[in-house]
Design a protein around this ligand. Structure first.
Ligand code: FE2
Length: 577
């Protein structure tokens, strides 16, 4: 077991928090325990009683740093009323606020769910700063954050997380992010889960609030509040600036432009109204810069880390994503041909032409050493043959079905190995398995980029033609993968690293009867572009950029539900572009 060094910031924040009456900071640092929206931790009430009893129940957060500005966030309300709260915000070079760099006024209003966001500008580039909110002597907890370097950066340390489902376990992964050496956190979506308590993991002991699935603005606000009541989430947000995008569960399961698997209009009402509610709550609660207040679905934005890396964040769910192609229809010989034509239709996409054009121009215009695309779903080609997909579709989660699928996998892998080493020894059955006409390969997750191959090819071709060193980051799968990104002709054009989930279960639950190491080997044996996989544990991706290379390492926790846990880090994977 390797335990990353505990950050000194925690101790400082803890002492500052105590000074401001924010006791939970220290209890949160141990990584255990949890908060609850019903019993919120006292954020920063003054030790001096005040008539209005102002509360900062969810701490502070910061995000979307630029070289001269950063978004500061808090939630402030009076315990006894919904009245708006007049606040001052302060940014200082020191944790004692002796040297103020910027300050101003802000108001927490019920119309924004009592959240406040400030775009604090005029800050020095590449500098650690401290911030807080106040009303008179009543102080919020203190946050620490950091602006981007203006130029000449030679190092960048980034933590990447995804899928922080409150009802699936403790946010120990976020505590490990805070303890790590990361300077910035990228959250690739499923910040919240919209599902009802009927989908909770009972062993986590963290029932969803509200208990129903989220439909209205009040529902989504309450779910965000519950998620951010977690002490490890609060400490991470106070200690590190966060850049974030959403994925489907921030709205509804497998969301696309005009609907979702998890949205039944007869049951859940109008889709556009649900999207409006979910996106409003998301913009209220996430410390991000809202690019277009007239259309909250628009969240694409770019960040330049001092010329070392440009991070482009795109929206893949609500603006343009076309209806999914059903895998069943590809596996059914009666519908396979027509469905394959639809899958490969060049007009289908998840970015859409406007956002795709914006992304390509951002990458072309950037002189940064690394072009990094932050988006929700895995991009690498992860296609399996129909012989395996069919067996998996029939397998369920039972012992017999999964072992039949395992046999289909073994047969395919043995045929591939035979073709590579002794092609003359291939049997007729093995030749049939390897024949792309008789046993075609399709993506096993058509909600990811394998469901939109034409748009993926166009994007990767544009990056390759622009001569960019491309790194793609993804979440959504709940497991950790490292893959080459290739064009249809096999040329390698970039590298993908995925962040495992903070709490959401992954393949280890679906393939529970198989040892995790065997599951990883199965995928490595079948997928041409996959180079490494960990399919069992929750964790985060840690990336260190330098001008010469990107070093990727994953940190995993052994459990998000057991009383005790250990942390283990993977070997580093180095990408040189
Ligand atoms: Fe997820």
């Amino acid at each position: 077991m390797k335990q990353p060094p505990r950050r000194s910031i925690i101790i400082r924040l803890g002492s500052l928090g105590l000074a401001a009456g924010a006791g939970p900071w220290l209890s949160a640092c141990g990584g255990g325990g949890s908060g609850s929206a019903d019993t919120p931790a006292s954020g920063g009430s003054s030790t001096t009683p005040t008539p209005r009893s102002l509360r900062f129940d969810f701490g502070v957060a910061s995000g979307d740093p630029l070289a001269d500005r950063i978004i500061l966030w808090t939630h402030a309300r009076f315990a006894d009323s919904d009245d708006e709260v007049d606040l001052r915000w302060e940014v200082a070079a020191d944790a004692n606020f002796a040297s103020l760099l910027a300050s101003g006024a802000a108001v927490a209003r019920a119309a924004a769910g009592h959240t406040v966001k400030v775009d604090a500008s005029g800050l020095p580039a590449g500098q650690r700063v401290y911030f807080r909110f106040r009303q008179g002597d009543v102080l919020s907890p203190v946050g620490r954050t950091q602006t981007l370097p203006a130029a000449g950066a030679t190092a960048l340390d980034l933590a990447v997380v995804s899928c922080s489902r409150y009802s699936a376990g403790q946010f120990r992964v976020l505590a490990e992010v805070t303890r790590s050496a990361a300077q910035f956190v990228l959250h690739l979506g499923d910040v919240i889960y919209e599902s009802g308590a009927d989908e909770d993991l009972p062993e986590a002991g963290r029932p969803s609030d509200p208990t129903s699935r989220c439909i209205t603005l009040a529902d989504y606000r309450r779910r965000h509040a519950q998620t951010r009541s977690d002490p490890d989430a609060k400490v991470m947000h106070a200690a590190l600036p966060v850049l974030a995008i959403w994925d489907d569960h921030d709205i509804a399961s497998n969301a696309w432009r005009d609907g979702a698997d998890g949205h039944d209009a007869a049951r859940d009402g109008n889709w556009a109204a649900r999207v409006a509610a979910a996106t409003q709550a998301w913009h209220e609660w996430m410390p991000i810069r809202t690019p277009d207040a007239t259309d909250l679905r628009r969240t694409a934005r770019s960040f330049d880390f001092g010329g070392l890396a440009a991070l482009h964040l795109v929206e893949t769910r609500l603006l343009a994503r076309d209806a999914p192609v059903p895998l069943d229809a590809l596996l059914d010989p009666a519908t396979a041909t027509a469905t394959a034509a639809r899958l490969n239709d060049g007009a289908r996409g998840m970015l859409g032409s406007a956002q795709g054009t914006w992304l390509q121009s951002q990458m072309r215009a950037s002189g940064a050493r690394w072009q990094v695309l932050g988006q929700s779903v895995p991009m690498a080609r992860m296609t399996l043959p129909v012989s395996v997909l069919g067996a998996l579709a029939k397998a369920g989660t039972g012992f017999a079905g999964l072992f039949a699928a395992k046999q289909a996998v073994d047969d395919y892998i043995v045929a591939r190995q035979t073709a590579a080493t002794q092609p003359a020894a291939l049997t007729a059955a093995q030749q049939a398995l390897l024949d792309p006409q008789r046993n075609p390969r399709w993506g096993f997750n058509l909600d990811a980029w394998d469901g939109f191959p034409a748009e993926r090819e166009a994007l990767l071709t544009a990056a390759q033609q622009a001569g960019k060193r491309l790194v793609v980051l993804a979440g959504d799968s709940h497991n950790a993968w490292s893959s080459r990104l290739t064009l249809a002709d096999g040329r390698v054009v970039g590298q993908e690293f995925t962040a495992p989930s903070v709490t959401s279960p992954g393949l280890e639950r679906k393939l529970a009867v198989l040892p995790p190491a065997q599951v990883a080997q199965m995928f490595l044996g079948m997928l041409d572009d996959l180079q490494w996989a960990e399919t069992e544990r929750r964790g985060f991706l840690h990336l260190r950029f330098s001008p010469l290379e990107v070093r990727a390492q994953w940190a995993f926790v052994s459990s998000v539900t057991a009383a005790t846990w250990q942390v283990e880090t993977s070997a580093e994977r180095v990408y040189t572009g």
